[in-house]
Design a protein around this ligand. Structure first.
Ligand code: AHR
Length: 505
């Protein structure tokens, strides 16, 4: 048994818990849209073709924003293909995923789906093969109130009320060689700046996201952010960050510490954005939209992406089947996002259904929860109020990727209104439990509401349609609050949530 101690104080506030931390992503990729969220004829589908079983799971997951329509897909997308009478919409080659795009689901369908799911849209525009004019057109179509062409066209298409989308991503991963229309930082930064200025001439109060690096391992990481922001600092609110993690060579210890990379990523981008602000003598701060993050087993050597003359509609692509260990890493990445709530103002787990996703569906059949569903749903449901800075005193362990990592990582939230304190913690030890202790004196009289742990004897256990309920987050009976101190045993490779109540500010 290892031992770790947490120290928290209600005055050590990082910032508010943001609902935007619990965003996700729907891309026209594989079966995320078709037979994922949208499947006319499915037994649970409504009259718009939205799968009711998936809608129920999206609500249970607690999703806030949904980024759409890509991803790599958006860099070759003509948004006009997805509007108007369905029978008139063209079939197109989707070069990003070597698929055929039927365009039976487009902007208006997506906006209707956000209403049905109680989520908010975060739209991405094509700055790969297209540019300023097409962006202004889709903005007017989406939000226009008057009688001008695109606003009138939307009404002609049966959508009287403007969608009022305020959150827009200026392209996707424009630093990546795989991206259609990839650009240098200067080229992209100029285009983002010009596009943003045009958009703000129409609607000054939009929230605009510039593309940051596709990963902290990109050769241009750091330089990209600096050069892009030197071009568009005044016009944008946020810069994006993307990160995917997976076990490499069976090295579980390194994998469990993946959040360390995310911590570094956020700190590095914040510092770079601030250095641009300083050079510009500006007090403005550009914050981070971590709009793609997850565990992803994308196999670069044998990708599932079709080749040659095979251009299927909605093939099963990137359908990862996640383990408990993957879920522990996902829980830890959420801990990192919360801990950086002062700089990360928005985040999107990539993606929502089937492709790299917490929800899996069968065409015509069931929808079910992957392991990674659980830490997301519980964090989204219970992180409330403010994020507190947590000092973690824990032993460290050696690993190949980071050298040394703490065995325990944690964050706490504090809702002054209800008095509830919630601690989210992971034990990265691969063999042993860790006894976690927390002195609650600074928080007043607290009692245990519940302690829930997600773990399994076999950390590589994976859920299937028929076994999804076999391993679930379960009450942790070891948790006690005695003499103003919490003690709880965290099993090896586990994620836990401990809720305490009764404190008042
Ligand atoms: O989420 C899958 C893909 O990962 C996205 O399309 C792209 O932006 C990233 O490389």
């Amino acid at each position: 048994m290892h031992h770790a101690r947490l120290t928290i104080h209600p005055d050590f506030v990082v910032g508010p818990v943001r609902r935007g931390t619990f965003g996700t992503f729907v891309e026209h990729l594989g079966r995320c849209v078709y037979t994922g969220i949208f499947e006319p004829g499915h037994p649970t589908a409504d009259d718009q073709g939205f799968r009711g079983d998936v809608l129920a799971l999206v609500k249970e997951l607690g999703v806030s924003t949904v980024r759409y329509p890509g991803g790599n897909f958006v860099s070759g997308y003509r948004w006009e293909d997805g509007i108007g009478p369905v029978e008139d919409r063209p079939l197109r080659l989707d070069l990003a995923w070597h698929s055929t795009e039927p365009n039976t689901f487009g902007l208006n369908e997506f906006m209707a789906w956000t209403k049905a799911s109680g989520t908010e849209a975060m739209m991405a525009v094509n700055l790969g093969t297209r540019g300023i004019q097409e962006t202004l057109d889709v903005l007017e179509y989406s939000n226009g109130k008057g009688d001008t062409h695109h606003a009138a066209l939307r009404r002609e298409h049966g959508v009287e009320e403007p969608h009022g989308v305020t959150f827009w991503c200026l392209g996707n991963e424009m630093d990546g060689k795989w991206q259609l229309g990839a650009k240098t930082a200067r080229e992209y930064g100029r285009l983002a700046s010009e596009t943003a200025r045009g958009m703000r001439q129409m609607y000054p109060d939009l929230t605009l996201v510039a593309c940051g690096s596709s990963g902290s391992d990109m050769p241009t990481f750091g330089t990209w952010e600096r050069e892009v922001l030197e071009e568009c600092f005044d016009e944008v609110d946020l810069i994006s960050a993307h990160a995917y993690y997976r076990i490499e060579d069976g090295d579980l210890g390194s994998f469990l510490a993946s959040a360390q990379d995310m911590d570094h990523f956020i700190d590095a981008v914040s510092a770079t954005a601030d250095s641009v602000a300083i050079a510009k003598k500006s007090s403005k701060r550009v914050h981070i939209s971590f709009d793609e993050w997850n565990v992803w087993y994308h196999d670069l050597d044998s990708p599932t992406i079709p080749k040659g003359d095979d251009w299927p509609v909605a093939p099963p692509l990137e359908e990862d089947n996640y383990s408990v260990a993957d879920a522990v890493v996902v829980g830890n990445l959420l801990i990192t996002l919360l801990r950086h709530t002062d700089r990360v103002h928005s985040a999107s787990q990539a993606q929502l259904v089937n492709a790299i996703a917490p929800i899996t569906t069968e065409p015509g059949g069931a929808a079910w929860r992957q392991t990674i569903f659980h830490p997301f749903a519980l964090t989204a449901a219970h992180a409330r109020g403010e994020v507190l800075r947590v000092a973690v005193d824990a032993p460290s362990y050696d690993n190949a990727r980071f050298g040394q990592s703490a065995l325990v990582d944690a964050v706490a939230t504090y809702d002054r209104e209800s008095g509830e304190v919630v601690v989210f913690a992971v034990n990265r030890a691969t063999e042993d439990s860790t006894r976690l202790e927390l002195d609650l004196a600074s928080l007043g009289e607290l009692s245990l509401i519940e302690a829930v742990t997600y773990a399994n004897d076999d950390p590589f256990w994976r859920a299937s349609k028929d076994t999804e309920a076999d391993v679930l987050p379960a009450p942790n009976a070891s948790a006690t609050v005695t003499d103003g101190a919490l003690a709880v045993d965290l099993p090896a490779v586990s994620w836990s949530m401990i809720r305490l109540g009764g404190a008042s500010s």
